[in-house]
Design a protein around this ligand. Structure first.
Ligand code: CO
Ligand code: CO
Length: 317
């Protein structure tokens, strides 16, 4: 996608604080000296069978990019593709799940647009606000910073095990709870620290998104794989070969940017590239702030550190 975007003229408007050329989670536009708009859009095909849960997960996922910039979501527009012969009850449940999650986030739904399509798709364009001097973008991580991550990895392999008829209900439930969790409190906790960079971990997996921070900040990120929180069942499914196609694509794309210690096993390596839906925030912050972050948001874990730019952008230890 980056290559395709290069054809577009560079943004020269000084009010564009974060544009599309830095692989950031959302664009940021300066409205007044005190207030900037954060804007993002995300939609996808159903990831779970239950339509209400799908709607809620789609909303949490769409909101996530605003939190990843340090912003606060204020309004949303829904985007829907729905088959002509689709069940209207299912559609109502998707919309209800989404609107309940939006309400939980304090984000108002202003409208939306739908088209007929053979495969259902759902998501939102979300607008938020951020203080122009407190934008958390990909660039900004400094050698010596710690890396903190706020959710567990593994939604991709668990969804793949489900498609193949093999995901235990208890593992699937864990993944659903994680995907439905808003990143709002994680963001609040982050803003109480001196965080220097942030992204949410989504389709490109942990390494893919870490690579964007490393590239934009001109540093190397060292990830201690044993410290990365994993969803229950994820490692087992990865070992059993429930590898999503997107995971292999992520590995093909970002694998050459990562050095891996021999001690990291193949299943763990796979999980580092697992595409996440509504994943957690990956945050670089001063080492001294980690204890404060973990106290403010107990699900967060310190998973590594930022070092001077080395031969590779990512080191997996
Ligand atoms: Co994102
Ligand atoms: Co996004």
């Amino acid at each position: 996608m980056d290559q395709v975007l290069q054809i577009l003229p560079k943004q020269t408007d000084p009010r564009v604080l974060v544009g599309f050329d830095t692989s950031d989670d959302a664009g940021v536009f300066l409205l007044t000296p005190e207030c900037a708009l954060v804007q993002t859009v995300d939609f996808f095909t159903p990831i779970v069978d239950d339509p209400y849960l799908f709607g809620a997960i789609a909303a949490a996922n769409s909101l996530s990019d605003v939190y990843a910039m340090g912003g606060k979501p204020v309004s949303a527009l829904s985007i829907l593709a729905w088959p002509r012969e689709g069940e209207l009850d299912d559609l109502s449940q998707i919309l209800l799940g989404g609107s309940d999650k939006m309400r939980e986030a304090g984000c108002v739904l202003l409208g939306g647009h739908s088209i007929a399509d053979t495969e259902p798709k759902f998501g939102y364009a979300v607008t938020g606000t951020v203080s122009p001097n407190r934008i958390l973008a990909n660039g900004g991580a400094r050698p010596g910073d710690a890396l903190v991550f706020t959710k567990s990895i593994g939604t991709g392999v668990i969804a793949t095990a489900l498609k193949r008829g093999g995901a235990a209900t208890k593992y699937l439930d864990g993944a659903i709870v994680s995907m439905m969790t808003l990143n709002d409190r994680a963001c609040e906790a982050m803003l109480s620290t001196g965080a220097t960079a942030c992204t949410d971990v989504s389709g490109f997996g942990l390494v893919g998104h870490a690579r964007e921070i490393a590239a934009a900040s001109k540093v190397t990120l060292r990830i201690e794989t044993a410290a990365v929180p994993l969803l229950d069942g994820a490692l087992d499914y990865a070992e059993q070969g429930a590898i999503p196609g997107g995971l292999r694509n992520n590995m093909d794309f970002a694998g050459c940017a990562a050095w891996k210690a021999p001690s990291v096993g193949p299943a763990m390596e796979y999980l580092m590239y697992d595409p996440q839906t509504s994943g957690g925030l990956l945050i670089a912050m001063p080492e001294d702030d980690v204890a404060k972050m973990l106290a403010a948001y107990p699900l967060a874990r310190r998973i590594g550190s930022v070092i001077e730019k080395g031969e590779r952008l990512i080191e997996l230890l």
